[in-house]
Ligand binder design. Structure first.
Ligand SMILES: Cc1cc2nc3c(=O)[nH]c(=O)nc-3n(C[C@H](O)[C@H](O)[C@H](O)COP(=O)(O)O)c2cc1C
Length: 210
């Protein structure tokens, strides 16, 4: 089993990275394979709603291949659980993680189905719960179980050293990671014992004018 940890900051060694490291420490203790995916500082396109991923490609890829979107979808395919970390910018997740995830989930949402995840947010002071709500919405429209914790999964700090001092925040991330691993193990045992994910309905799409 493998967990993919996505660092939604342009900084590879910033506060979000420090928070994700707390999760990595637990994964090591639990002997779970992991990979950190830094989204980096290069440009990431927005979704332009061309729908070509669904209508033309139909293979869990975005038509635009000039950034990290398809790389992330390909990695996610081989993973069993996810941690999505973001810095808070103006009380929401970083613009770059939103651009990335809009396209990753629009083109490749199927690769996340029935796989558990949790989000974490790093802020100097405010906007954490709003940011977590935004990231959780990708999970809850994709039939992903959400691993919860003993408090909301946030750390406060402007530097990794300050994050280090947020003892409760780090504990919350450790607990969320243990819950994530527990869910992954339950799902795996379920598969081995024929307790499979439900075959859910699809195909009904309405809006509010018809
Ligand atoms: C453009 C920008 C906007 C920010 N907005 C907020 C904010 O709304 N609330 C907050 O508490 N911190 C805000 N911050 C501070 C960062 O969220 C905080 O320093 C975070 O821990 C940085 O994580 P990183 O080092 O992984 O990038 C902002 C930082 C930047 C660069």
């Amino acid at each position: 089993m493998k967990v993919l940890l996505i660092n939604g900051s342009s900084k590879q060694n910033g506060c979000t990275a420090r928070a994700l490291q707390e999760s990595v420490n637990i994964l090591k203790e639990e002997n779970i394979d992991y990979e950190i995916f830094n989204i980096g500082a290069l440009p990431i396109r927005d979704c332009i709603g061309c729908n070509k991923c669904a209508a033309v490609l139909k293979n869990n890829t975005c038509i635009f291949n000039d950034d990290i979107v398809n790389e992330l979808i390909a990695k996610a395919k081989d993973c069993d659980g996810f941690v999505f970390g973001t810095p808070v910018y103006y009380a929401h997740p970083s613009g770059r993680i939103l651009s990335l995830l809009d396209r990753v989930f629009y083109a490749g949402g199927r690769v996340f189905k029935y796989k558990p995840a949790f989000a974490l947010a790093s802020a100097r002071r405010a906007g954490t719960t709003a940011s977590l709500d935004v990231l959780h919405k990708y999970f809850t429209i994709s039939q992903m179980p959400v691993a919860s914790s003993s408090y909301w999964t946030m750390v406060h700090g402007n530097t990794p050293v300050e994050v280090e001092e947020d003892k409760e925040g780090l504990m919350t991330i450790r607990n969320a990671t243990r819950n994530l691993v527990w869910l992954m193990k339950c799902i795996e045992l379920g598969k081995q014992n024929e307790v499979l994910p439900p075959k859910n309905e699809s195909g009904i799409r309405t809006n509010f004018v018809r």
